[in-house]
Write a protein that binds this ligand. Structure first.
Ligand code: FEO
Ligand code: CA
Ligand code: CA
Ligand code: CA
Length: 632
């Protein structure tokens, strides 16, 4: 049983998107045009891309030197010739003195799970403590009940506590000896944060009526974090963990209050089958109708202080957060880009009111509490896969966010961010996943993973950055803020890669010109730049290797040159996994990559084959045999 199949999310009706209906035909012709015209010049899909490449003719982008890996369906990790990989840590590895080793027969208890690495590692960051020493903070998005429980179900309070302990964030130190990084199970900074850890709600929505419960009449103290998808890191050294599909953990034997927001966020009596509410009444939404409002936030964690209280930053809005990409603008304002991963949801950015002060780190601690939240509206000239866009402020009293529209104050705008985004006229997107900002240029990329729901039925018309109605493949869209200023209200955008299968289709579903039979993939999800500007793409897609997906094999990681559009496959994961989570050591000699849920839905995987048959989500360390920089 996979209770969180992200490719099976519900859609919901939305006001009509404007224009763009002829896009699919134009995408087809553009592939043909650019495929021919761009072949010798390294040009690729997208008009702005052409200009960008031409403007940087002296710079053909970062070198991508490895020989690509072939697609495959093996139950192992495949990396290029000259590279090697090792398992760094797996679900159930203890991170405290005296902790029990993973038991493949019982799969542990609530107690052992709370002192060991959680399940389904997802977004992660590496914080350096010296050349050969660091701390990793990694999300544990959800639990694979088919392996967590010997009978595959959560049937008791003990089961519920074990599942809750398998969620959250794992923090652990690592050290490198003779080129090999290992987990330090007794280290001082090791910490588990779970679905029951005490946290503080801060920012404009803290203390609001929507966040108050019987157990917390102040509306400022929340218990736990769960469904932590991807991540971010701040320049002041903290970790951001993003709460995604929180709705499915709530349910009730009674009926759920009739709220527009519950419908929009997918909160129902049925839940997603996780079955916490019969044993832990906090998750019974009829008894605690405000408890779901305390989830769906970005949470800030100090990985250097294991006793610190994690803080839910309400100024960043309440959505099904994917990641939080932090940029320090040239003028010192901190900008956070965020995607809301559901069919037809939106892309957001937060701009801090105050500026980052590099000389005074403690002055930056609460920068994420005060600022303006915006949502993106994309527009285009009809038929072009490029255009302009605008950031619309989600500020109470502006853009129609008034009491008459259901927003009495800024807290209400933030708790019901999705409803506010619709009021201001945000563009519906094909499931925004990770957002990544180029390390040296003002350019930002987003993965739009897939969307089967565009069409009249859902009032989600195709539009410029989301040009296909039955989008089984996904695309990567990018934008440049006006004047290279991340605080600007305006931007231009184009499509960097339209994923597809050129061996199965000869229309828009073949993908853009930089998609070939040798690098094709589906459902791009994880996305990050390394310091030299290589763009790393991770997939969470269909691994059937058949029909629309024939020739794509297992989920994979690719490396792209943002200047030329070149894309090469770097890695293939084991059976039925998702590749998600990426972090580099500062010397970039090691890349940490997440293998999430190998063998999901009882698919035949034994990864990582550490002496037992139970497949376990794991973090692997990848490096070059000659010790060089990964990717070059
Ligand atoms: Fe947890 Fe949208 O991926
Ligand atoms: Ca994801
Ligand atoms: Ca995904
Ligand atoms: Ca997954």
């Amino acid at each position: 049983m996979n209770t969180f199949d992200e490719n099976d999310q519900r859609n919901h009706p939305r006001p009509e998107d404007t224009e763009f209906s002829k896009m699919v035909d134009n995408v087809l012709s553009r592939r043909q045009l650019l495929g021919a015209a761009g072949a010798g010049l390294g040009l690729f899909f997208g008009g702005q891309g052409l200009a960008y490449a031409a403007n940087t003719s002296a710079n053909m982008g970062p070198r991508i030197g490895f020989k690509p890996v072939a697609a495959n369906s093996l139950d192992t990790v495949s990396v290029p010739i000259g590279y090697e990989w090792r398992v760094l840590a797996s679900w159930g590895d203890t991170i405290f003195p005296g902790g029990a080793p993973f038991d493949p027969v019982t799969r542990g208890t609530a107690t052992s799970q709370s002192t060991s690495i959680g399940d389904n590692n997802d977004g992660m960051s590496f914080f350096s403590l010296g050349a050969d020493h660091g701390v990793i903070a990694v999300n544990n998005e959800y639990a694979n009940y088919e392996y967590l429980f010997t009978n595959g179900r959560c049937n008791s309070l003990e089961d519920t506590r074990k599942a809750q302990a398998a969620h959250g964030v794992s923090v652990f130190e690592v050290r490198r000896t003779a080129g090999v990084w290992t987990l330090q199970p007794h280290a001082r900074l090791n910490r588990r944060i779970t679905a029951t850890t005490e946290m503080r709600l801060s920012g404009p929505a803290a203390g609001s009526a929507w966040l108050k419960t019987q157990a917390d009449p102040t509306g400022t103290v929340a218990l736990g974090t769960f469904n932590n998808c991807a991540n971010g890191r701040t320049p002041w050294g903290t970790y951001l963990t993003c709460e995604e599909n929180f709705n499915g953990y709530f349910g009730s034997a009674e009926s759920v209050p009739d709220q527009a927001a519950f419908k929009r966020y997918g909160i129902s009596a049925k839940g997603a089958g996780l079955n916490w509410y019969p044993f832990d009444p906090r998750f019974d939404v009829a008894k605690n109708p405000n408890e779901p409002n305390r989830f769906g936030w970005v949470v800030e964690i100090d990985p250097m202080d294991p006793n610190s209280t994690p803080i839910k930053r309400t100024a960043l809005g309440r959505l099904k957060h994917e990641n939080a990409e932090v940029v320090v603008n040239a003028d010192g304002h901190v900008v956070v880009y965020m995607g809301d991963d559901e069919k037809g949801e939106h892309i957001y950015k937060f701009v801090s009111a105050k500026k980052w002060d590099a000389k005074n780190p403690s002055a930056n601690r609460d920068l994420l509490d005060e600022g303006t939240l915006y949502v993106a509206r994309f527009s285009t000239v009809d038929g072009k896969a490029q255009g302009e866009g605008e950031w619309l402020a989600l500020t109470h009293g502006k853009n129609g966010l008034t009491a008459e529209a259901g927003f009495h104050d800024q807290a209400e705008v933030l708790v019901h961010t999705r409803l506010a985004a619709t009021v201001v006229g945000a563009t519906t997107m094909d499931r925004p996943e990770w957002i990544a900002a180029h390390p040296t240029q003002a350019q930002v990329y987003v993965t739009l993973t897939n969307n089967s729901d565009r069409g009249e039925k859902t009032n989600q018309a195709v539009n410029g950055p989301n040009p296909r109605a039955k989008n089984v493949y996904g695309q990567i869209v990018r934008w440049t803020p006006k004047g290279n200023d991340h605080t600007s209200h305006h931007f231009t955008w184009d499509i960097f890669a339209l994923a597809g299968n050129p061996t199965q289709h000869n229309d828009a579903y073949a993908g853009s010109a930089n998609i070939t039979p040798d690098n094709m993939f589906n459902s791009p999800d994880g996305l990050a730049f390394d310091r030299e500007g290589r763009l790393w793409i991770q997939t969470d897609g269909d691994y059937s290797n058949a029909k629309d997906f024939a020739g794509m094999g297992n989920n994979q990681m690719l490396c792209a040159n943002p200047v030329t559009g070149e894309i090469k496959r770097f890695m293939v994961g084991p059976v039925a996994c998702e590749i998600t989570g990426i972090a580099f050591t500062p010397d970039q000699q090691t890349m940490f990559v997440g293998i999430q849920h190998p063998g999901e839905k009882l698919a035949p995987s034994h990864f990582p084959q550490r002496g037992d048959a139970v497949p376990r989500s794991s973090i692997v360390a990848i490096s070059r045999r000659d010790g060089g920089v990964v990717g070059t």
